[in-house]
Design a protein around this ligand. Sequence first.
Ligand code: COA
Length: 570
Amino acid sequence: MRILLLSHAFNSLTQRLSAELQQRGHQTSVEFDIADSVTEEAVALFAPDLIVAPYLRRAIPESVWSRLVCLIVHPGIAGDRGPSALDWAIRNQETDWGVTVLQAQAEMDAGPVWASVPFAMRSASKSSLYRHEVTQAACSAVLQALQRFESGNFVPQSAATLPAPHGQWRPLMKQEQRRLDWQRDSSASVLRQIQAADGFPGVADKLFGQPCHLFDAWPEATLRGAPGSVIGRRETTLLRATVDGAVWIGHIKREGSIKLPAALAFEREAAQLPEIALQDWWRCNTLTWQDIAYEEHAGVGFLSFEFYNGAMSSHQCERLRSALVWARQRPTQVLVLTGGRDFWSNGIHLNVIEAASLGGGSAADASWDNINAINDLALELINTEQQITVAALGGNAGAGGCFLARACDLVWARAAVLLNPHYKNMGNLYGSEYWSYLLPRRVGMQAAKAIMRDRQALTAPDALRTGLIDACFSDAAQTFQAEVMQRAAALASQSDLAQRLATKREARQRDEAVKPLAAYREEELTQMRRNFYGFDPSYHIARHHFVHKSPASWTPRHLARHRDLGWRLP
Ligand code: COA
Protein backbone atom coordinates (compact mmCIF):
# COMPACT_ATOMS: atom_id res chain seq x y z
CA MET A 1 0.00 0.00 0.00
CA ARG A 2 0.98 3.61 -0.30
CA ILE A 3 0.90 5.06 3.20
CA LEU A 4 1.34 8.69 4.15
CA LEU A 5 2.67 9.20 7.67
CA LEU A 6 1.25 12.46 8.93
CA SER A 7 3.03 13.55 12.10
CA HIS A 8 3.89 16.57 14.19
CA ALA A 9 7.55 15.53 13.99
CA PHE A 10 9.65 12.60 12.83
CA ASN A 11 9.88 11.31 16.37
CA SER A 12 11.08 7.87 17.35
CA LEU A 13 7.62 6.28 17.01
CA THR A 14 7.14 7.74 13.52
CA GLN A 15 10.64 6.61 12.54
CA ARG A 16 9.98 3.11 13.83
CA LEU A 17 6.63 2.84 12.04
CA SER A 18 8.10 4.14 8.81
CA ALA A 19 10.84 1.50 8.96
CA GLU A 20 8.45 -1.31 9.93
CA LEU A 21 6.02 -0.45 7.11
CA GLN A 22 8.79 -0.27 4.52
CA GLN A 23 10.11 -3.63 5.68
CA ARG A 24 6.66 -5.07 4.95
CA GLY A 25 6.75 -3.78 1.39
CA HIS A 26 4.59 -0.69 1.87
CA GLN A 27 5.58 2.54 0.19
CA THR A 28 5.71 5.35 2.73
CA SER A 29 6.26 9.06 2.71
CA VAL A 30 6.15 11.57 5.54
CA GLU A 31 4.47 14.93 5.86
CA PHE A 32 4.68 17.10 8.95
CA ASP A 33 1.38 18.46 10.20
CA ILE A 34 2.08 22.10 9.50
CA ALA A 35 -1.16 23.43 8.02
CA ASP A 36 -4.34 21.93 6.58
CA SER A 37 -3.43 23.12 3.11
CA VAL A 38 -0.03 21.40 3.33
CA THR A 39 -1.68 18.12 4.36
CA GLU A 40 -4.15 18.43 1.47
CA GLU A 41 -1.28 19.07 -0.93
CA ALA A 42 0.62 16.01 0.35
CA VAL A 43 -2.46 13.84 -0.16
CA ALA A 44 -2.89 15.16 -3.71
CA LEU A 45 0.77 14.53 -4.54
CA PHE A 46 1.17 11.11 -2.93
CA ALA A 47 -2.39 9.78 -3.45
CA PRO A 48 -2.03 7.41 -0.47
CA ASP A 49 -4.26 4.39 0.13
CA LEU A 50 -4.51 5.61 3.69
CA ILE A 51 -2.95 7.91 6.24
CA VAL A 52 -1.34 6.83 9.50
CA ALA A 53 -0.92 9.58 12.10
CA PRO A 54 1.47 8.35 14.83
CA TYR A 55 1.91 11.67 16.65
CA LEU A 56 -0.40 14.60 16.04
CA ARG A 57 -1.14 17.68 18.10
CA ARG A 58 -4.03 18.93 15.94
CA ALA A 59 -7.02 17.45 14.22
CA ILE A 60 -6.80 16.23 10.61
CA PRO A 61 -8.86 18.47 8.27
CA GLU A 62 -12.29 17.19 7.26
CA SER A 63 -11.36 17.63 3.61
CA VAL A 64 -8.90 14.75 4.15
CA TRP A 65 -10.57 12.37 6.62
CA SER A 66 -13.90 12.50 4.81
CA ARG A 67 -12.23 11.10 1.62
CA LEU A 68 -9.54 8.84 3.00
CA VAL A 69 -9.19 6.48 5.95
CA CYS A 70 -6.93 8.22 8.48
CA LEU A 71 -5.68 6.03 11.31
CA ILE A 72 -4.79 7.91 14.48
CA VAL A 73 -2.48 6.37 17.07
CA HIS A 74 -3.84 7.25 20.52
CA PRO A 75 -1.74 6.35 23.60
CA GLY A 76 -4.73 5.15 25.59
CA ILE A 77 -7.13 2.24 25.91
CA ALA A 78 -10.22 2.06 23.70
CA GLY A 79 -12.66 4.80 24.63
CA ASP A 80 -9.99 6.95 26.25
CA ARG A 81 -9.97 10.39 24.67
CA GLY A 82 -8.13 13.66 25.06
CA PRO A 83 -4.67 15.16 24.67
CA SER A 84 -3.18 14.08 28.04
CA ALA A 85 -3.82 10.34 27.88
CA LEU A 86 -0.56 9.10 29.41
CA ASP A 87 -0.37 11.96 31.91
CA TRP A 88 -3.72 10.90 33.38
CA ALA A 89 -2.86 7.22 33.25
CA ILE A 90 0.25 7.85 35.37
CA ARG A 91 -1.54 10.21 37.72
CA ASN A 92 -4.42 7.79 38.24
CA GLN A 93 -1.99 4.95 38.84
CA GLU A 94 -3.57 2.77 36.17
CA THR A 95 -2.09 -0.70 36.23
CA ASP A 96 -3.13 -1.65 32.71
CA TRP A 97 -3.09 0.70 29.79
CA GLY A 98 -2.88 0.46 26.02
CA VAL A 99 -2.63 2.03 22.60
CA THR A 100 -5.63 2.37 20.31
CA VAL A 101 -5.67 2.96 16.57
CA LEU A 102 -8.85 4.76 15.62
CA GLN A 103 -10.26 6.35 12.53
CA ALA A 104 -10.28 10.15 12.38
CA GLN A 105 -13.69 11.76 12.49
CA ALA A 106 -15.11 15.15 13.39
CA GLU A 107 -14.99 14.52 17.14
CA MET A 108 -11.47 14.12 18.58
CA ASP A 109 -10.45 10.50 19.38
CA ALA A 110 -14.09 9.37 19.05
CA GLY A 111 -13.83 7.49 15.74
CA PRO A 112 -14.28 3.73 15.31
CA VAL A 113 -11.52 1.49 16.60
CA TRP A 114 -9.34 -0.48 14.16
CA ALA A 115 -7.08 -2.05 16.78
CA SER A 116 -6.26 -1.76 20.46
CA VAL A 117 -3.23 -3.32 22.14
CA PRO A 118 -2.85 -3.46 25.94
CA PHE A 119 0.28 -3.14 28.04
CA ALA A 120 1.09 -3.29 31.74
CA MET A 121 2.00 0.09 33.24
CA ARG A 122 5.44 0.51 34.77
CA SER A 123 6.42 3.06 37.39
CA ALA A 124 8.33 5.37 35.04
CA SER A 125 8.23 8.76 33.41
CA LYS A 126 5.80 9.54 30.61
CA SER A 127 8.61 9.76 28.06
CA SER A 128 10.09 6.45 29.14
CA LEU A 129 6.69 4.72 28.88
CA TYR A 130 6.28 6.32 25.45
CA ARG A 131 9.66 5.10 24.23
CA HIS A 132 9.08 1.53 25.38
CA GLU A 133 5.56 0.28 26.09
CA VAL A 134 3.68 2.78 23.93
CA THR A 135 5.99 2.45 20.93
CA GLN A 136 5.84 -1.33 21.08
CA ALA A 137 2.05 -1.46 21.45
CA ALA A 138 1.59 1.23 18.78
CA CYS A 139 3.60 -0.79 16.25
CA SER A 140 1.53 -3.92 16.92
CA ALA A 141 -1.73 -1.97 16.79
CA VAL A 142 -0.88 -0.19 13.51
CA LEU A 143 0.24 -3.43 11.85
CA GLN A 144 -2.94 -5.15 13.02
CA ALA A 145 -5.07 -2.26 11.73
CA LEU A 146 -3.33 -2.34 8.35
CA GLN A 147 -3.95 -6.07 7.98
CA ARG A 148 -7.60 -5.49 8.75
CA PHE A 149 -7.76 -2.62 6.29
CA GLU A 150 -6.13 -4.69 3.56
CA SER A 151 -8.47 -7.62 4.20
CA GLY A 152 -11.31 -5.35 3.09
CA ASN A 153 -13.85 -7.10 5.29
CA PHE A 154 -13.18 -5.57 8.70
CA VAL A 155 -15.70 -3.10 10.03
CA PRO A 156 -14.22 -0.92 12.78
CA GLN A 157 -16.46 -0.61 15.82
CA SER A 158 -17.20 2.30 18.08
CA ALA A 159 -15.28 1.98 21.38
CA ALA A 160 -18.58 1.85 23.31
CA THR A 161 -19.53 -1.47 21.69
CA LEU A 162 -16.19 -3.13 22.49
CA PRO A 163 -15.65 -5.32 25.54
CA ALA A 164 -14.31 -3.54 28.68
CA PRO A 165 -12.04 -1.94 29.82
CA HIS A 166 -13.19 1.44 28.67
CA GLY A 167 -11.59 4.80 28.85
CA GLN A 168 -13.31 8.14 28.94
CA TRP A 169 -12.82 11.69 27.78
CA ARG A 170 -10.19 13.49 29.88
CA PRO A 171 -9.26 17.10 29.28
CA LEU A 172 -5.83 18.56 28.76
CA MET A 173 -3.99 18.34 32.09
CA LYS A 174 -3.32 21.91 33.12
CA GLN A 175 -0.54 23.21 35.35
CA GLU A 176 -3.07 23.88 38.18
CA GLN A 177 -3.68 20.13 38.21
CA ARG A 178 0.02 19.39 38.25
CA ARG A 179 0.85 21.82 41.07
CA LEU A 180 3.19 20.60 43.84
CA ASP A 181 2.75 21.48 47.50
CA TRP A 182 6.13 20.84 49.10
CA GLN A 183 4.65 21.34 52.59
CA ARG A 184 2.12 18.56 52.07
CA ASP A 185 2.98 16.25 49.20
CA SER A 186 4.78 13.00 49.88
CA SER A 187 7.86 12.06 47.87
CA ALA A 188 5.82 9.43 46.00
CA SER A 189 3.27 12.03 45.00
CA VAL A 190 5.91 14.55 43.86
CA LEU A 191 7.64 11.84 41.84
CA ARG A 192 4.40 10.80 40.20
CA GLN A 193 3.49 14.39 39.31
CA ILE A 194 6.85 15.02 37.67
CA GLN A 195 6.85 11.64 35.94
CA ALA A 196 3.43 12.43 34.44
CA ALA A 197 4.86 15.63 32.91
CA ASP A 198 8.20 14.37 31.56
CA GLY A 199 9.71 15.32 29.00
CA PHE A 200 6.93 17.84 28.23
CA PRO A 201 5.51 20.11 29.66
CA GLY A 202 7.21 19.59 33.03
CA VAL A 203 5.71 20.73 36.33
CA ALA A 204 5.55 24.49 36.89
CA ASP A 205 7.11 25.34 40.25
CA LYS A 206 9.46 27.77 41.95
CA LEU A 207 13.03 27.12 43.00
CA PHE A 208 15.17 29.67 44.82
CA GLY A 209 12.18 32.00 44.36
CA GLN A 210 12.36 31.70 40.55
CA PRO A 211 9.60 30.28 38.34
CA CYS A 212 10.65 27.15 36.44
CA HIS A 213 9.48 23.77 35.18
CA LEU A 214 10.74 20.56 36.74
CA PHE A 215 11.61 17.32 34.91
CA ASP A 216 13.41 14.05 35.53
CA ALA A 217 12.69 13.26 39.20
CA TRP A 218 14.38 10.46 41.12
CA PRO A 219 13.66 8.98 44.56
CA GLU A 220 15.92 9.44 47.58
CA ALA A 221 15.54 6.91 50.37
CA THR A 222 17.58 8.26 53.29
CA LEU A 223 18.38 11.99 53.12
CA ARG A 224 16.00 14.43 54.79
CA GLY A 225 15.51 18.17 55.24
CA ALA A 226 12.95 20.89 55.92
CA PRO A 227 10.07 20.30 53.44
CA GLY A 228 10.61 22.38 50.28
CA SER A 229 14.23 23.24 51.01
CA VAL A 230 16.98 22.34 48.56
CA ILE A 231 19.35 20.25 50.65
CA GLY A 232 22.24 19.69 48.31
CA ARG A 233 23.44 18.72 44.86
CA ARG A 234 25.07 15.74 43.24
CA GLU A 235 26.80 16.28 39.90
CA THR A 236 23.99 17.59 37.65
CA THR A 237 21.04 17.19 40.07
CA LEU A 238 19.52 19.01 43.04
CA LEU A 239 17.98 17.35 46.09
CA ARG A 240 14.79 18.86 47.47
CA ALA A 241 13.11 17.77 50.69
CA THR A 242 9.47 16.70 50.92
CA VAL A 243 7.36 16.03 54.03
CA ASP A 244 8.47 12.40 54.20
CA GLY A 245 11.86 12.38 52.47
CA ALA A 246 13.38 14.01 49.45
CA VAL A 247 13.50 13.81 45.65
CA TRP A 248 16.28 14.52 43.19
CA ILE A 249 15.43 16.94 40.41
CA GLY A 250 17.44 16.15 37.30
CA HIS A 251 16.37 18.78 34.82
CA ILE A 252 14.89 22.25 34.96
CA LYS A 253 13.63 24.76 32.43
CA ARG A 254 13.76 28.29 33.80
CA GLU A 255 11.39 30.88 32.42
CA GLY A 256 12.56 32.11 29.03
CA SER A 257 15.34 29.53 28.93
CA ILE A 258 15.82 25.92 27.77
CA LYS A 259 15.70 22.59 29.58
CA LEU A 260 19.05 22.05 31.32
CA PRO A 261 20.64 19.81 33.94
CA ALA A 262 19.28 21.23 37.23
CA ALA A 263 22.65 22.23 38.68
CA LEU A 264 23.43 24.16 35.50
CA ALA A 265 20.00 25.80 35.27
CA PHE A 266 20.64 27.22 38.76
CA GLU A 267 24.42 27.27 38.55
CA ARG A 268 25.03 30.14 40.97
CA GLU A 269 22.64 28.79 43.61
CA ALA A 270 23.88 25.21 43.19
CA ALA A 271 27.46 26.33 43.83
CA GLN A 272 26.41 27.32 47.38
CA LEU A 273 24.96 23.86 48.13
CA PRO A 274 26.88 20.94 49.62
CA GLU A 275 27.91 18.25 47.14
CA ILE A 276 26.39 15.00 48.40
CA ALA A 277 28.75 12.53 46.76
CA LEU A 278 27.96 8.83 46.61
CA GLN A 279 30.28 6.89 48.86
CA ASP A 280 31.16 4.25 46.30
CA TRP A 281 30.28 5.84 42.99
CA TRP A 282 30.24 2.53 41.11
CA ARG A 283 27.96 0.53 43.43
CA CYS A 284 24.45 0.33 41.91
CA ASN A 285 22.08 2.11 44.23
CA THR A 286 18.45 2.33 43.26
CA LEU A 287 17.54 4.27 46.40
CA THR A 288 19.14 7.50 45.31
CA TRP A 289 20.22 9.40 42.20
CA GLN A 290 23.10 7.87 40.31
CA ASP A 291 24.00 8.24 36.65
CA ILE A 292 27.13 6.05 36.29
CA ALA A 293 27.27 2.62 37.90
CA TYR A 294 29.32 -0.56 37.66
CA GLU A 295 28.69 -4.15 38.64
CA GLU A 296 30.15 -7.56 37.92
CA HIS A 297 28.45 -10.88 37.21
CA ALA A 298 30.09 -14.12 36.17
CA GLY A 299 33.40 -12.45 35.41
CA VAL A 300 31.83 -9.72 33.26
CA GLY A 301 31.88 -5.99 34.05
CA PHE A 302 28.73 -3.95 33.33
CA LEU A 303 29.07 -0.20 33.09
CA SER A 304 25.81 1.74 32.88
CA PHE A 305 25.33 5.46 32.24
CA GLU A 306 21.85 6.88 32.63
CA PHE A 307 22.19 10.29 30.97
CA TYR A 308 18.90 12.10 30.44
CA ASN A 309 17.87 11.95 26.77
CA GLY A 310 21.17 10.24 25.98
CA ALA A 311 22.87 13.63 25.73
CA MET A 312 26.49 13.68 26.94
CA SER A 313 28.13 16.94 27.99
CA SER A 314 31.92 17.37 28.15
CA HIS A 315 31.86 16.72 31.89
CA GLN A 316 29.70 13.62 31.55
CA CYS A 317 32.06 12.28 28.84
CA GLU A 318 35.04 12.92 31.12
CA ARG A 319 33.37 11.21 34.07
CA LEU A 320 32.40 8.24 31.94
CA ARG A 321 35.94 8.01 30.58
CA SER A 322 37.32 7.92 34.13
CA ALA A 323 34.78 5.24 35.00
CA LEU A 324 35.82 3.24 31.94
CA VAL A 325 39.50 3.52 32.82
CA TRP A 326 38.66 2.35 36.35
CA ALA A 327 36.52 -0.55 35.08
CA ARG A 328 39.33 -1.68 32.79
CA GLN A 329 41.55 -2.29 35.82
CA ARG A 330 39.11 -4.90 37.12
CA PRO A 331 40.01 -8.56 36.62
CA THR A 332 37.47 -9.13 33.86
CA GLN A 333 37.89 -10.04 30.21
CA VAL A 334 34.52 -8.79 28.99
CA LEU A 335 33.19 -5.31 29.64
CA VAL A 336 29.62 -4.44 28.68
CA LEU A 337 28.51 -0.82 28.34
CA THR A 338 24.77 -0.78 28.86
CA GLY A 339 24.03 2.95 28.52
CA GLY A 340 20.67 4.06 29.91
CA ARG A 341 17.24 2.52 29.77
CA ASP A 342 15.74 4.90 27.20
CA PHE A 343 18.83 5.89 25.24
CA TRP A 344 22.28 4.46 24.88
CA SER A 345 23.64 7.79 23.67
CA ASN A 346 22.62 10.68 21.42
CA GLY A 347 26.08 12.23 21.24
CA ILE A 348 27.18 15.65 22.39
CA HIS A 349 24.88 17.65 24.68
CA LEU A 350 23.24 20.22 22.44
CA ASN A 351 21.34 21.92 25.28
CA VAL A 352 24.43 22.40 27.42
CA ILE A 353 26.24 23.76 24.35
CA GLU A 354 23.38 26.16 23.66
CA ALA A 355 23.45 27.24 27.31
CA ALA A 356 27.03 28.43 26.83
CA SER A 357 25.85 30.93 24.23
CA LEU A 358 22.82 31.96 26.32
CA GLY A 359 25.23 32.82 29.11
CA GLY A 360 27.23 35.09 26.78
CA GLY A 361 29.92 32.49 26.09
CA SER A 362 30.84 30.73 22.87
CA ALA A 363 28.72 27.84 21.61
CA ALA A 364 31.52 27.07 19.15
CA ASP A 365 34.02 26.62 22.00
CA ALA A 366 31.52 24.53 23.98
CA SER A 367 30.90 22.34 20.91
CA TRP A 368 34.63 21.96 20.38
CA ASP A 369 35.20 20.92 23.99
CA ASN A 370 32.31 18.48 23.88
CA ILE A 371 33.35 16.78 20.64
CA ASN A 372 36.88 16.41 21.97
CA ALA A 373 35.62 14.98 25.25
CA ILE A 374 33.44 12.40 23.49
CA ASN A 375 36.31 11.60 21.10
CA ASP A 376 38.59 10.96 24.09
CA LEU A 377 35.99 8.54 25.42
CA ALA A 378 35.67 6.80 22.04
CA LEU A 379 39.46 6.57 21.82
CA GLU A 380 39.63 4.95 25.24
CA LEU A 381 37.11 2.35 24.08
CA ILE A 382 38.91 1.63 20.82
CA ASN A 383 42.18 1.25 22.71
CA THR A 384 40.84 -1.10 25.39
CA GLU A 385 43.28 -3.99 25.13
CA GLN A 386 42.56 -6.35 28.00
CA GLN A 387 38.82 -6.75 27.56
CA ILE A 388 36.37 -7.51 24.78
CA THR A 389 34.05 -4.51 24.92
CA VAL A 390 30.35 -4.80 24.15
CA ALA A 391 27.89 -1.96 23.64
CA ALA A 392 24.50 -3.34 24.70
CA LEU A 393 21.85 -1.01 23.31
CA GLY A 394 18.66 -1.40 25.30
CA GLY A 395 17.69 2.12 24.21
CA ASN A 396 18.01 4.10 20.99
CA ALA A 397 21.22 5.70 19.80
CA GLY A 398 21.65 8.69 17.53
CA ALA A 399 24.42 10.61 15.78
CA GLY A 400 27.73 10.42 17.68
CA GLY A 401 26.08 8.03 20.15
CA CYS A 402 25.91 5.36 17.43
CA PHE A 403 29.62 5.64 16.68
CA LEU A 404 30.51 5.70 20.34
CA ALA A 405 28.76 2.33 20.53
CA ARG A 406 30.61 1.19 17.40
CA ALA A 407 33.89 2.01 19.16
CA CYS A 408 33.24 -1.18 21.17
CA ASP A 409 34.29 -4.54 19.71
CA LEU A 410 30.71 -5.79 19.60
CA VAL A 411 27.37 -4.00 19.40
CA TRP A 412 24.27 -5.86 20.53
CA ALA A 413 20.89 -4.17 20.30
CA ARG A 414 17.41 -4.84 21.57
CA ALA A 415 15.29 -5.77 18.55
CA ALA A 416 13.01 -2.74 19.04
CA VAL A 417 15.85 -0.22 19.14
CA LEU A 418 16.31 2.50 16.51
CA LEU A 419 19.65 3.84 15.35
CA ASN A 420 20.28 7.13 13.58
CA PRO A 421 23.92 6.74 12.53
CA HIS A 422 24.31 10.09 10.78
CA TYR A 423 24.91 13.75 11.61
CA LYS A 424 23.71 15.84 8.70
CA ASN A 425 20.28 16.60 10.19
CA MET A 426 22.07 18.89 12.63
CA GLY A 427 22.91 21.62 10.11
CA ASN A 428 25.08 19.45 7.90
CA LEU A 429 27.37 18.55 10.77
CA TYR A 430 30.28 16.41 9.52
CA GLY A 431 30.57 14.39 12.72
CA SER A 432 33.50 12.88 14.56
CA GLU A 433 33.78 10.11 17.20
CA TYR A 434 36.13 8.33 14.74
CA TRP A 435 33.16 7.44 12.53
CA SER A 436 35.33 7.65 9.41
CA TYR A 437 37.44 4.81 10.84
CA LEU A 438 34.67 2.83 12.52
CA LEU A 439 31.87 2.82 9.94
CA PRO A 440 33.53 1.89 6.59
CA ARG A 441 35.40 -1.05 8.10
CA ARG A 442 32.03 -2.48 9.17
CA VAL A 443 29.77 -1.74 6.24
CA GLY A 444 32.16 -0.82 3.39
CA MET A 445 32.89 2.61 1.97
CA GLN A 446 29.87 2.81 -0.37
CA ALA A 447 27.37 1.80 2.31
CA ALA A 448 29.01 4.18 4.79
CA LYS A 449 28.54 7.06 2.36
CA ALA A 450 24.92 6.06 1.75
CA ILE A 451 24.17 5.83 5.49
CA MET A 452 25.60 9.31 6.04
CA ARG A 453 23.89 10.78 3.00
CA ASP A 454 20.43 9.20 3.30
CA ARG A 455 19.97 10.09 6.98
CA GLN A 456 17.48 7.29 7.55
CA ALA A 457 16.67 5.72 10.90
CA LEU A 458 17.64 2.05 11.00
CA THR A 459 15.79 -0.53 13.05
CA ALA A 460 18.08 -2.94 14.88
CA PRO A 461 17.39 -5.73 12.32
CA ASP A 462 18.22 -3.26 9.49
CA ALA A 463 21.41 -2.27 11.28
CA LEU A 464 22.32 -5.95 11.65
CA ARG A 465 21.75 -6.57 7.93
CA THR A 466 24.03 -3.68 6.98
CA GLY A 467 26.74 -4.95 9.33
CA LEU A 468 26.60 -1.88 11.56
CA ILE A 469 25.79 -4.01 14.60
CA ASP A 470 26.67 -7.58 15.52
CA ALA A 471 23.50 -8.99 17.07
CA CYS A 472 19.92 -8.06 17.75
CA PHE A 473 17.55 -9.93 20.02
CA SER A 474 14.59 -9.61 22.36
CA ASP A 475 11.90 -6.89 22.16
CA ALA A 476 11.42 -6.20 25.86
CA ALA A 477 13.94 -4.34 28.05
CA GLN A 478 13.82 -6.97 30.80
CA THR A 479 14.47 -9.99 28.61
CA PHE A 480 17.13 -8.08 26.66
CA GLN A 481 19.03 -7.38 29.86
CA ALA A 482 18.85 -11.04 30.90
CA GLU A 483 20.04 -12.22 27.49
CA VAL A 484 22.89 -9.69 27.44
CA MET A 485 24.08 -11.12 30.76
CA GLN A 486 23.88 -14.67 29.44
CA ARG A 487 25.66 -13.88 26.18
CA ALA A 488 28.35 -11.85 27.94
CA ALA A 489 28.95 -14.65 30.47
CA ALA A 490 29.21 -17.16 27.62
CA LEU A 491 31.71 -14.88 25.88
CA ALA A 492 33.77 -14.54 29.07
CA SER A 493 33.94 -18.31 29.48
CA GLN A 494 35.10 -19.05 25.93
CA SER A 495 38.31 -21.05 26.01
CA ASP A 496 39.87 -19.04 23.17
CA LEU A 497 39.24 -15.63 24.75
CA ALA A 498 42.93 -14.92 25.30
CA GLN A 499 43.56 -15.67 21.64
CA ARG A 500 40.66 -13.44 20.66
CA LEU A 501 42.09 -10.57 22.68
CA ALA A 502 45.50 -11.08 21.12
CA THR A 503 43.95 -11.02 17.63
CA LYS A 504 42.11 -7.83 18.52
CA ARG A 505 45.35 -6.14 19.65
CA GLU A 506 47.15 -7.22 16.48
CA ALA A 507 44.33 -5.96 14.28
CA ARG A 508 44.44 -2.60 16.02
CA GLN A 509 48.21 -2.37 15.56
CA ARG A 510 47.85 -3.18 11.86
CA ASP A 511 45.15 -0.54 11.43
CA GLU A 512 47.27 1.97 13.30
CA ALA A 513 50.22 1.29 11.01
CA VAL A 514 48.08 1.85 7.91
CA LYS A 515 46.56 5.07 9.22
CA PRO A 516 46.82 6.28 12.81
CA LEU A 517 43.65 7.08 14.73
CA ALA A 518 45.08 10.57 15.26
CA ALA A 519 44.88 11.12 11.51
CA TYR A 520 41.20 10.13 11.35
CA ARG A 521 40.52 12.42 14.26
CA GLU A 522 42.37 15.32 12.72
CA GLU A 523 40.52 14.93 9.41
CA GLU A 524 37.13 14.81 11.13
CA LEU A 525 37.97 17.72 13.40
CA THR A 526 39.13 19.83 10.47
CA GLN A 527 35.60 19.55 9.09
CA MET A 528 34.06 20.06 12.53
CA ARG A 529 36.15 23.17 13.06
CA ARG A 530 34.48 24.57 9.92
CA ASN A 531 31.05 23.55 11.23
CA PHE A 532 31.70 25.27 14.56
CA TYR A 533 33.84 28.29 13.60
CA GLY A 534 33.41 28.66 9.82
CA PHE A 535 31.37 31.22 7.89
CA ASP A 536 28.43 28.82 7.36
CA PRO A 537 26.29 29.01 10.53
CA SER A 538 24.00 26.04 9.60
CA TYR A 539 24.99 23.91 12.59
CA HIS A 540 24.42 26.76 15.07
CA ILE A 541 21.05 27.56 13.51
CA ALA A 542 19.95 23.91 13.43
CA ARG A 543 21.04 23.42 17.05
CA HIS A 544 19.20 26.54 18.12
CA HIS A 545 15.96 25.30 16.50
CA PHE A 546 16.41 21.78 17.89
CA VAL A 547 17.03 22.96 21.43
CA HIS A 548 14.31 25.64 21.38
CA LYS A 549 11.92 23.17 19.75
CA SER A 550 10.99 25.57 16.96
CA PRO A 551 7.97 24.28 15.08
CA ALA A 552 8.85 22.84 11.68
CA SER A 553 7.84 24.99 8.75
CA TRP A 554 8.37 22.29 6.11
CA THR A 555 9.03 18.58 5.91
CA PRO A 556 12.64 17.72 5.12
CA ARG A 557 12.89 16.50 1.52
CA HIS A 558 14.59 13.24 2.44
CA LEU A 559 11.40 12.31 4.33
CA ALA A 560 8.73 13.78 2.04
CA ARG A 561 9.41 11.55 -0.95
CA HIS A 562 6.25 12.79 -2.68
CA ARG A 563 7.91 16.19 -2.90
CA ASP A 564 10.95 14.89 -4.80
CA LEU A 565 11.29 16.68 -8.10
CA GLY A 566 11.20 13.41 -10.01
CA TRP A 567 8.23 12.01 -8.07
CA ARG A 568 5.51 10.50 -10.27
CA LEU A 569 2.44 8.62 -9.20
CA PRO A 570 3.00 4.99 -10.23
N1 COA B 1 21.52 16.88 23.10
C1 COA B 1 20.53 17.37 23.88
N2 COA B 1 19.28 16.89 23.88
C2 COA B 1 19.02 15.87 23.04
C3 COA B 1 20.00 15.32 22.20
C4 COA B 1 21.30 15.85 22.26
N3 COA B 1 22.29 15.36 21.52
N4 COA B 1 19.44 14.32 21.49
C5 COA B 1 18.15 14.25 21.87
N5 COA B 1 17.89 15.20 22.79
C6 COA B 1 16.63 15.45 23.50
C7 COA B 1 15.55 16.10 22.64
O1 COA B 1 15.69 17.50 22.62
C8 COA B 1 14.32 15.66 23.36
O2 COA B 1 14.18 16.48 24.49
P1 COA B 1 12.83 16.64 25.35
O3 COA B 1 12.86 15.58 26.40
O4 COA B 1 12.97 17.97 25.98
O5 COA B 1 11.70 16.55 24.40
C9 COA B 1 14.67 14.27 23.84
O6 COA B 1 16.09 14.19 23.81
C10 COA B 1 14.16 13.19 22.97
O7 COA B 1 14.55 13.51 21.66
P2 COA B 1 13.60 13.25 20.45
O8 COA B 1 14.19 13.95 19.27
O9 COA B 1 12.20 13.53 20.83
O10 COA B 1 13.83 11.69 20.39
P3 COA B 1 13.67 10.77 19.20
O11 COA B 1 13.96 9.41 19.76
O12 COA B 1 12.38 11.01 18.55
O13 COA B 1 14.85 11.18 18.18
C11 COA B 1 17.20 11.57 17.59
C12 COA B 1 16.18 10.79 18.44
C13 COA B 1 18.59 11.10 18.00
C14 COA B 1 16.99 11.29 16.10
C15 COA B 1 17.04 13.08 17.81
O14 COA B 1 16.86 13.33 19.17
C16 COA B 1 18.24 13.89 17.35
O15 COA B 1 18.37 14.18 16.17
N6 COA B 1 19.14 14.26 18.32
C17 COA B 1 20.28 15.05 18.03
C18 COA B 1 21.47 14.15 17.76
C19 COA B 1 22.67 14.99 17.39
O16 COA B 1 22.67 15.65 16.36
N7 COA B 1 23.69 15.00 18.25
C20 COA B 1 24.78 15.87 18.04
C21 COA B 1 25.82 15.35 17.15
S1 COA B 1 26.78 14.09 17.93
